[in-house]
Design a protein around this ligand. Structure first.
Ligand SMILES: Nc1ncnc2c1ncn2[C@@H]1O[C@H](COP(=O)(O)OP(=O)(O)O)[C@@H](O)[C@H]1O
Ligand SMILES: [Mg+2]
Length: 395
């Protein structure tokens, strides 16, 4: 059993008067255009199978009309499938009673829309608290929680204002705060940033990533923009004419586009600006615990490496080289033996770490904000992603 939070099995959606009557044509593999011309029915989704894991940002990407909104509206059963199943935490959403469905929509998932969807005659604070009001949370408690989420999105002073007094970016922050305020575990974001100016949009992406680091929600994010998909997605699903044409990590999508449609999307992407260190790094090959020079040399020997990382638990302490270790006067590793090597952050863009990578003979340690060693970035893996990708090995 996998740890999928949402699982979609054999999902088909046909819009029109008598969807079931059209299914034989769909199963024959007739095209969306054909089916429309012949029957007046629109093929919204066909044969979708996917799994979304708890805690990931799962991006659904595709051109307008490819079925993105239709797909996520199945998750909270705003749309019923023509065929197939949608399981959320193992529960088939079609089996929910009306009562359970209401509860499920209030507590499990919340949605952030492209056009913000704020209530114009309610204050910003009331808008944020709206979901809690529906849940029946008392006034003072919801005001307090709403205030906290307004702060989290950087709008603490704006609670008494009305939506129209805010800029587009601020309104979308309110939309985000409102979704977060319900404490729902799953956020559905349908083109949530698409209406924003590029600069504001990029700020919102940063903010979402920063929030996600703390909150670990499961976020399903729809976009038609590949750069946004690459930036935000742990995994990306690409839809075309209602079919899932590829699913993978940003690196997979960039380096191994499944067909011409995906290739056309990725063709002009500047990989150094699109990918973060995290997506390219590999597990650290040689971690050295303790302070013994001999033990460190042995560890390097065993790993077949010239460089290794000294760690204490998961904490990064420094980089060691075989050469300096061999010249050490005693058996104790002290600070003077550590190499001067830059560390890189997992969320740094590749572009920003190229100079350090080129200047360092060994791999660069990837170190998180809290000092943990997350992996290593080698020149070879950089060359692989920045080159044509054809030399990428399984390693
Ligand atoms: N309620 C509906 N009735 C008829 N056709 C629909 C309906 N909703 C969506 N569609 C059609 O289904 C396809 C997918 O639409 P949609 O999911 O909105 O795409 P996207 O969100 O990727 O832009 C489109 O061809 C659209 O016209
Ligand atoms: Mg849509």
């Amino acid at each position: 059993m996998s740890d999928a939070l949402i699982r979609v099995e054999g999902l088909y959606k046909v819009f029109g008067k008598d969807p079931a009557s059209v299914m034989p044509l769909v199963h024959e593999g007739r095209s969306k255009d054909d089916i429309l011309a012949e029957t007046g029915h629109t093929l919204g989704l066909k044969s979708i199978d996917l799994e979304i894991a708890k805690g990931e940002i799962y991006v659904i990407m595709g051109l307008s009309g490819s079925g993105k909104s239709t797909l996520i509206r199945h998750f909270n059963r705003l749309i019923d499938p023509t065929e197939g199943r949608i399981l959320v935490e193992g529960t088939d959403v079609m089996q929910l009673s009306p009562r359970q469905l209401i509860d499920f929509r209030r507590h499990k998932m919340s949605m952030v829309f492209q056009r913000f969807g704020l209530l114009p005659h309610r204050s910003v604070l009331d808008n944020v608290a709206y979901g809690l009001a529906i849940q029946g949370v008392d006034r003072s408690s919801r005001a307090q929680q709403a205030q906290q989420w307004l702060e989290a999105v950087g709008l603490s002073g704006y609670g008494e204002q009305y939506p129209a007094q805010l800029s587009g970016g601020q309104q979308q922050r309110v939309g985000l705060a409102r979704a977060l305020c319900t404490n729902a575990e799953i956020l559905l974001m349908d083109e949530a940033f698409s209406a924003l100016d590029p600069l504001i949009r990029s700020e919102m992406q940063d903010q979402l990533l920063a929030l996600q680091q703390k909150l670990h929600k499961t976020i399903i994010f729809i976009t038609h923009d590949l750069d946004e998909a690459l930036r935000l997605g742990d995994r990306i699903a690409i839809l075309k004419d209602g079919a899932l044409v590829q699913e993978g990590t940003p690196v997979d999508i960039l380096l191994h586009p499944a067909d011409d449609y995906v290739a056309a999307f990725v063709k002009d992407v500047n990989r150094a600006r699109a990918l973060t260190v995290e997506t390219v790094m590999t597990p650290a090959q040689c971690c050295i615990e303790g302070d013994s020079v001999q033990a460190a040399l042995k560890a390097l020997e065993q790993a077949g490496r010239e460089y290794g990382f000294q760690v204490a638990g998961r904490q990064y302490r420094g980089t060691l080289s075989r050469r300096s270790l061999e010249q050490a006067p005693g058996d104790h590793i002290d600070a003077s033996l550590l190499e001067t090597v830059a560390t890189v952050a997992p969320n740094a863009l590749i572009e920003s770490v190229i100079p350090d990578t080129l200047e360092t003979p060994g791999p660069l340690p990837v170190v998180s904000e809290d000092g943990n060693l997350c992996g290593e970035l080698s020149r070879a893996s950089l060359v692989e992603v920045l080159g044509d990708g054809s030399r990428r090995s399984a390693a």
